[in-house]
Design a protein around this ligand. Structure first.
Ligand code: UD1
Ligand code: CA
Length: 467
């Protein structure tokens, strides 16, 4: 019986630590990795692993964290928050979730809010350890590191089972040489969890209640503890800005590989930055130096040219974007739309085949199929107080350097002369001209030049006469 769904599992996510080393007003787990708070990554992976009850342990006053996790979009698991009044150690933190889990009978998974790269596969594998061995009370996720410094060391017995975990500051010289480390991720058998946790004391170098002590307690109660290993990159913890950058690098490397594996060409993978939720269809080509913020979904066969910044946007199949394009939240590009250089689009629907190729700002607009928006067109959508919409029908031709003063409706097939400032609606198929009529004075320039030359000559003569 392998299916992890056979035994319900709840996850306790520890996030009460102050994160002093981040040097920030923001709680550590709210710092962003690939566009999303660290704790969001952990919740998402746990939910993906089929865990439908998530308890996030926070410190008093961490309202931002509790608001974020309780309203996190995209997960259907039940999320609750438990407050750990004082930070007395990792075991104490798990115990803070006890009331939130009253009546829950399944197994427990302990995760850290600051360890965002743990994958769904690993969480599933860890749960399976408990399912495979009825005598196993605790499963620990371990990793190898040549110089493990501060990490807890996993001390194995002759049979390969886990005897105990020793914190670095409590370790002997011999124990310090052990390279198998504790990631902090644990699976604990539900019917034993609270009893074992309750027995943990704080007689150690830090005077804290160590979750790691649960291993020895399980062994003395006649159960076993087992270790599964993963690569160290997956359990990178974030305690400082440096480690945040390292986690971001690891995440991006993983994301670039995944996108390439699913059929996306990256000309220079290292210069493309994805968000955790970026979706890109197959046979798309992404040029160097492209940044994707949260909420981007791109269709198949698209071409995203160099130096484009894209967030909160949907891009249809076969669209071409950039170079140097900026797509802001609420942008929706239909099939084969073309957005060219130095074009900014915000909160706008651009329908199939429409083109905005050069130097434009399009905000709060709707542009119909196959319309062509000339260079330098600006939707004037804001009067300093309110935003107004511009609605443009299909097959419209907007001449270069047009200002569209919203609110406006431009009928399908209409044309606008270059340089116009459009302030009124335009009927379908009409031509609108809204600029000063050109005046022409025949041969005026000839007379002008003659006057100027004569003036210059006279001035020179006067000067030489006074010498
Ligand atoms: C812990 C482990 C160590 C492991 C390391 C991996 C223990 C005793 N030690 O050490 O074996 O190698 O993680 O990173 O478990 N937290 C709370 N409340 C508390 C204390 C901690 O919520 O009272 C949270 C922190 O916010 C953090 C996590 O638990 O997310 C780990 O706490 P931390 O103090 O960083 O543990 P380490 O000393 O690094
Ligand atoms: Ca830590």
């Amino acid at each position: 019986m392998k299916a992890s769904s056979a035994v319900p599992t709840a996850a306790v996510i520890l996030a009460a630590g102050k994160g002093t080393r981040m040097g920030s007003e923001l709680p550590k787990v709210m710092h962003r990795l690939a566009g999303f708070p660290l704790v969001g990554h952990v919740l998402y992976q746990a939910a993906q692993a089929g865990i439908d009850k998530l308890v996030v342990v926070i410190a008093p006053g961490m309202h931002q964290v509790s608001r974020y996790v309780c309203e996190m979009p995209g997960i259907t698991s039940e999320v609750t928050v438990a407050v750990q009044e004082e930070q007395l150690g990792t075991a104490h933190a798990v115990l803070a979730a006890k009331d939130a889990l009253a009546g829950f009978e399944g197994n427990l998974l302990v995760l850290y809010g600051d360890t965002p790269l743990v994958t769904t596969e690993t969480l599933t594998r860890l749960q399976e350890v408990l399912l495979d061995d009825a005598r196993c009370a605790v499963a620990v996720l371990g990793f190898r590191m040549e110089a493990p410094n501060d990490y807890g060391r996993l001390i194995l017995g002759g049979d390969g089972a886990l005897e105990r975990i020793v914190e670095a500051r409590d370790a002997s010289a011999v124990q310090k040489k052990v390279t198998l480390c504790n990631s902090g991720v644990f699976a604990i058998r539900g019917n034993l969890a609270w009893e074992l946790l309750g027995q943990i004391g704080n007689d150690n170098a830090k005077g804290e209640y160590y979750l790691t002590d649960i291993v020895e307690l399980a062994n003395s109660a006649g159960y076993r503890a087992n270790v599964i290993e993963t690569e160290s990159a997956e359990v990178l913890g974030v305690n400082s800005r440096g480690e945040l950058a390292a986690a971001e690098a690891a995440f991006q490397q993983r994301a670039r590989r995944a996108h390439m594996d699913s059929g996306v060409t990256l000309l220079d993978p290292a210069s493309v930055y994805f968000s955790a939720d970026t979706v890109v269809g197959p046979d798309s080509l992404i040029e160097p130096n492209v940044f994707f913020g949260p909420g981007v979904a791109i269709g198949a066969g698209t071409h995203i040219k160099a130096f484009s910044h894209i967030e909160g946007s949907v891009i249809g199949d076969g669209a071409v974007v950039g170079p140097f394009a900026r797509l802001r939240p609420g942008t929706n590009l239909g099939e084969k739309v073309k957005i060219g250089n130095f074009v900014e689009v915000k909160k706008s629907e651009i329908e199939a085949g429409a083109k905005i190729n050069h130097l434009s700002y399009i905000g709060d607009a709707e542009i119909g199929e196959n319309s062509n928006i000339g260079a330098g067109t600006i939707t004037c959508n804001y009067d300093g107080f309110h935003k107004y919409r511009t609605t443009i029908g299909r097959d419209v031709f907007v001449g270069s350097n047009t200002s569209l003063v919203a609110p406006l409706t431009i009928g399908e097939g209409a044309m606008i002369a270059a340089g116009s400032v459009i302030t009124e609606d335009i009927a379908p198929d009409a031509l609108a001209l809204a600029r000063t009529r050109q005046e022409q004075k025949q041969d005026w320039a000839v007379g002008f030049r003659e006057r100027k030359v004569a003036e210059k000559k006279a001035a020179k003569k006067k000067k030489s006469g006074t010498d």
